[in-house]
Write a protein that binds this ligand. Structure first.
Ligand SMILES: [Cu+2]
Length: 128
C-alpha cells in the first residue's frame, strides 16, 4: 500500500513537471511578439519576430525613417554591419513600443543591424 502511494505521488509529480515545462515553453515562444502587429506605414520599419520588416526600405534623400519595436524584447537600430558599428546612428536599447527616427540626407546604401541579435537581425536603407 505504501509502495503504491509512493508510486502515485511520484507519477503526479512527474506529470506536474511535464505540464509546467510545456507551459513555460509556450510562454517563451510567445513572449517576444505582440499579437496586434499592424502594418508598417510609408517610410516606417517594424521590428517584429526578431527581424526588421521590411528588411530593405528605399526612400528619397531627406526622408525620415521611423522604426518601432513591436517585440516584447529589446532591440537596437545600429548603423553599420554586425560587429562593426559605423557611428552614423544608434538607437540604443528599444523596449516594446519604443521608436527611433533618423533622417537620411545623403544618397547611398546604409546597412544597419541590432546589436542584441546581430547574428540574424540586419536591414538596409537605400536612399535615392
Ligand atoms: Cu534585436
Amino acid at each position: 500500500m505504501l509502495k503504491r502511494t509512493l508510486f502515485l505521488s511520484m507519477l503526479s509529480i512527474l506529470f506536474f513537471v511535464m505540464i509546467a515545462g510545456c507551459s513555460k515553453n509556450d510562454y517563451v515562444t510567445s513572449s517576444y511578439n505582440n499579437t496586434n502587429m499592424g502594418t508598417p506605414g510609408t517610410n516606417e520599419v517594424f521590428i517584429q519576430n526578431i527581424s526588421f520588416s521590411p528588411k530593405s526600405i528605399t526612400v528619397t534623400a531627406g526622408t525620415t525613417v521611423k522604426w518601432t519595436n513591436k517585440d516584447n524584447v529589446s532591440h537596437t537600430v545600429t548603423s553599420g554591419t554586425p560587429g562593426s558599428p559605423n557611428g552614423t546612428f544608434d538607437s540604443g536599447n528599444l523596449g516594446n513600443g519604443g521608436t527611433f527616427s533618423y533622417t537620411f540626407n545623403t544618397k547611398g546604401t546604409f546597412p544597419y543591424y541590432c546589436r542584441l541579435h546581430q547574428d540574424t537581425m540586419t536591414g538596409t536603407v537605400v536612399v535615392q
